[in-house]
Design a protein around this ligand. Structure first.
Ligand code: AMP
Ligand code: MG
Length: 332
């Protein structure tokens, strides 16, 4: 696995990245940390009263970031991580079969959201509602087993249009999107690109503004800790955290994503929008088998308002199954 240096992201594109001696000092320190055993890193972190949760790579990253912040602050060169004041973590559960046929129309059956305050570094509220599916109103045994959602939960629930209104009212109650800026966080590109997009089509609703761009935490995690793209379970394992609650319960999934997010914030990660949806409905109308929307990576060199046209064109040519794969097309 490639070892990161504390100064790598900071100076991309600058003509003389190491002109200040503090950077040389940090590079040396990083080299020394790379050579340290896990026990030595743990002992140093304990001495500094920092968390010792996480595998060796995570612990080294934490220690490097501690020195980076300390040394750059004293040299007046520290720039704070780029964070949103609030994060809203969404993790939909949907109707499914054991083997989902490619054109299976998933319907959202659980709409959970967890609100994280960056200032308080904690979860401050949550929203949860079940949704009654209309195309496949009877849940498969597999779906009930996977998600823990019962037939009664969905039979007594509102349909999606009412639930999305209730969710938007919850955002309004917290002044999110008005007084307070927030960013949506998901685990992978599918919540928005597949489940929400598909559900809005089924319900005849316009695609909601709040979900046009978001943070795919898998990408953010792999970019920050310099590791492969991991599932939620594996991200938690990497941080040496146990999954709390029931996997595939949307609310518990969202709470565990929040734990990963909070760990990344306290480790000094910048956590910004890295994906957006690009709606192609009109362009793709007459082309059978073509996708109607694509999930587009958002990077420093490819911001969401000037998305890389070549990438978009290539994706438009691709089949839907590849469009929604968790691709590696972001800059790392
Ligand atoms: P998750 O957020 O991982 O709980 O998954 C979201 C949704 O994806 C689930 O509610 C299912 O509709 C679908 N899904 C997840 N895992 C599977 C699976 N192993 N087989 C079929 N569908 C799945
Ligand atoms: Mg889930």
């Amino acid at each position: 696995m490639a070892e990161s240096t504390a100064v790598d992201e900071e100076h991309k594109g600058e003509s003389s990245p190491f002109s200040n001696s503090v950077y040389k000092e940090l590079a040396k320190l990083n080299g020394r940390i790379n050579q340290m055993s896990k026990a030595a890193v743990v002992s140093k972190l304990k001495e500094l009263k920092l968390s010792t949760e996480g595998n060796c790579d995570v612990l080294k990253k934490r220690l490097k970031n501690y020195y980076k912040k300390k040394k750059l602050t004293s040299a007046n060169l520290f720039t704070a991580s780029k964070l949103s004041p609030y994060y809203v973590i969404v993790d939909f559960e949907a109707t499914c079969q054991e083997t989902n046929v490619p054109d299976y129309q998933h319907e959202i059956i659980e709409f959970p959201a967890v609100l994280v305050s960056t200032e308080l570094q904690q979860v401050i509220d949550h929203f949860q509602a079940y949704c009654r599916p209309v195309l496949n109103s009877t849940l498969s045994g597999f779906c009930k087993e996977l998600t823990g959602i019962t037939q009664e939960d969905v039979d007594t629930a509102d349909t999606f249009p009412q639930v999305v209104k209730d969710f938007e009212a919850w955002l309004t109650k917290h002044k999110l999107g008005s007084k307070h800026k927030f960013t949506v966080v998901t685990d992978g590109p599918w919540d928005m690109g597949r489940f929400l997009y598909g559900q809005c089509k089924i319900s005849g609703l316009p695609y909601p503004k709040f979900a046009k761009k978001w943070i795919n935490i898998r990408k953010a995690f792999s970019n920050f800790y310099k590791c492969r793209r991991f599932s939620l379970k594996m991200m938690l394992e990497h941080l040496e955290l146990d999954f709390e609650g029931r996997p595939h319960c949307g609310l518990d999934d969202a709470r565990n994503i929040a734990r990963v997010l909070l760990r990344m914030i306290s480790d000094g990660a910048s956590i910004q929008v890295n994906e957006r949806i690009h709606l192609l409905a009109l362009e793709a109308k007459s082309k059978v088998g073509k996708p109607e929307c694509v999930v587009v990576p958002v990077t420093a060199s490819n911001p969401y308002n000037t998305a890389n046209k070549m990438q978009q064109k290539r994706r438009q040519r691709d089949h839907q199954t590849t469009v929604f794969s968790d691709s590696d097309e972001d800059s790392t």
